[in-house]
Design a protein around this ligand. Sequence first.
Ligand SMILES: [Zn+2]
Length: 250
Amino acid sequence: MNDEQLLRYSRHIMLPEIDYEGQQRLNESRVLIVGLGGLGSPVALYLAAAGVGELVLADFDQVDLSNLQRQIAHDMASVGQDKVTSAAARIRAINPDIKIRQITEKLTRDNLAAEMAQIDLVCDCSDNFELRFAVNAACMHARKPLVSGAAIRMEGQVSVFDPRQPNSPCYRCLYREEGHEALRCSDTGVLAPLVGMIGSLQAAEAIKVLVGFGEPLVGRLALFDLKRTEFRTIRFHRDADCPVCQTRVD
Ligand SMILES: [Zn+2]
């Protein structure tokens, strides 16, 4: 790290849990962010500010005026632009040291598998169940930790799936693939700061996993009820019948 970087990251380096070594680990880390909307915005901005060395931004959508109510990586000037282009510009303005890769094609099982070799961790910030299951399967098979977040109306949840930990559960252990009504903010509404809270929690969990401190939400689901301002954390286990975990190598 040069003098400018030492100054930029000084408030991290002061923390004994991070220190110089932890900051260096962040600087060398590569994170794939799936979805640059309400959750992906704070995840991308906080990980960039925190000094995660390479961010791979994946989203095939363009910025719409109705996104600006909550998707804080974008602004009026980016309406109509690809979300990844808009988010990349914001990231560069915050921290020009961050290497950025942009993916605008739809993520499929095939290109996800190829992507896994080039990243250390995935933040799932998408609003699409099919994609969530595909991202989970790719992470579990490639042994890459996955920080998953969801927010709808006035409720949100976060969990961490880390296939490097023996017997740890995955997203598919928690949710069945069939019979899901794909609830999306675009159909049901969502309170603006809720996505900021859930996304910030995802960014914090990602930093914990990358640096290696504290107790990430592995085998635990954090549920946030904004109306009551209540956090609950429930434990869950691996599903013996989970088709993804059955093919995992622990
Ligand atoms: Zn599983």
